[in-house]
Design a protein around this ligand. Structure first.
Ligand SMILES: N[C@@H](CCC(=O)N[C@@H](CS)C(=O)NCC(=O)O)C(=O)O
Length: 334
């Protein structure tokens, strides 16, 4: 009798899991503005975003520069508390299961680089445009935006600074996850479309930052992406030195700067300014970073959305680097 009860319970659990898995099924979505899709909305502009997400910061920064008001929906990633990207509220808006998603009059725009280009077409009266009017300059700006685009960091880390920077974010993931209960990560193990991610978070949680220097292929990823990112920053330093700044396209603040500010911000959050933004190594980038932080949109799009776990993670990395020479060697390279 007891055997039947156990078997019944197991059967119910499996059926429940399969049903739930179906409800949370994800699939890739086409990038850009979705003309044929209109989702429930209450404001002209709405943004599904996350405090930590690099791409979310980019779109927030762009909207702040354009002074476009929007209704924000904060969606947790596991690093900030839970796998809300795998829950129906977000999946109804983006079956791809990622943030950010920008809605304009209910039409979603997928991919942050598409979102900033789309939003930049709606410059309110009296606000400076974020795109040069000269086609040749626009093309040049686009190439700088492409250097910041995040597409496929695991497979193509060398393609852009945007793809390299997640490798430098690993220590931050590792320290932020200390504060997240293990059972929350299990939700990712059950339903995430890329199981490598929850597995990595479980290892981070169980082993901690001090074990990062010996954690499978990750030390190599961190070393390689540091080299790639330094290369892109050298290029940026050269550009700002040549054109005299203050911005990548000279006098005009453009989408190229919107793309870069979040990469530099991620370096700050990962407690790695001394490695990448030292004025002695890259004086033009260091001065540029100070100018970026002085913009009102930096406060509105980034500091005002700060999350306590980001500050916690940043402090823990700094502490681990000062107390553990292996961690310092891994994260600073020398
Ligand atoms: N290429 C996309 C990247 C979107 C993306 O991967 N977003 C991350 C946060 S930065 C996410 O939502 N990840 C879901 C997860 O980690 O479970 C964009 O530029 O918008």
């Amino acid at each position: 009798m007891a055997g039947y009860v156990v078997a019944g319970i197991l059967l119910l659990a499996v059926a429940g899991f399969l049903l739930e898995k179906r409800r949370r099924r994800t699939h890739p979505v086409p990038p850009g503005y979705q003309e044929d899709l209109e989702l429930p909305h209450t404001a002209e502009w709405e943004l599904y975003h996350n405090a930590l997400s690099l791409c979310s910061m980019k779109t927030r920064f762009c909207l702040a520069e354009l002074e476009i008001p929007y209704l924000g929906h904060h969606i947790d990633l596991i690093e900030t508390g839970a796998y809300e990207t795998l829950r129906p509220k977000l999946l109804r808006v983006n079956p791809g299961g990622t943030v950010p998603v920008l809605l304009h009059n209910g039409h979603p725009i997928y991919e942050s680089h598409e979102q900033i280009r789309y939003a930049a077409r709606f410059v309110p009266e009296g606000i400076p445009a974020l795109v040069p009017s000269d086609p040749a300059e626009r093309e040049e700006m686009d190439a700088w935006v492409d250097r910041t685009t995040l597409t496929n960091p695991l497979e193509e880390p060398g393609k852009s600074a945007g793809n390299a920077v997640p490798g430098q974010t690993l220590p931050l993931f590792c320290t932020m996850i200390e504060k997240i209960p293990l059972h929350r990560i299990v939700e990712g193990l059950l339903f995430h479309f890329d199981k490598r991610r929850p597995v990595m978070f479980i290892l981070f949680k169980l082993l901690g930052i001090r074990r990062l220097p010996r954690l499978g292929p990750l030390p190599e990823v961190i070393g390689d992406t540091r080299g790639i990112l330094l290369g892109f920053l050298d290029e940026l330093d050269g550009r700002l030195g040549e054109n005299g700044g203050p911005w990548i396209m000279g006098e005009q603040f453009t989408l190229a700067d919107v793309g870069w500010v979040v990469i530099l911000e991620r370096i700050r959050q990962a407690s790695a300014e001394n490695v990448f933004l030292d004025p002695a190594d890259r004086p033009h980038v260091a001065a540029y970073w100070e100018r970026l932080k002085a913009r009102p949109s930096y406060r509105r799009a980034i500091l005002d959305h700060d999350h306590p776990l980001i500050d916690y993670g940043r402090d823990r990395i700094a502490e681990a680097k000062t107390t553990d020479p292996n961690v310092r060697m891994l994260l600073e390279g020398a």
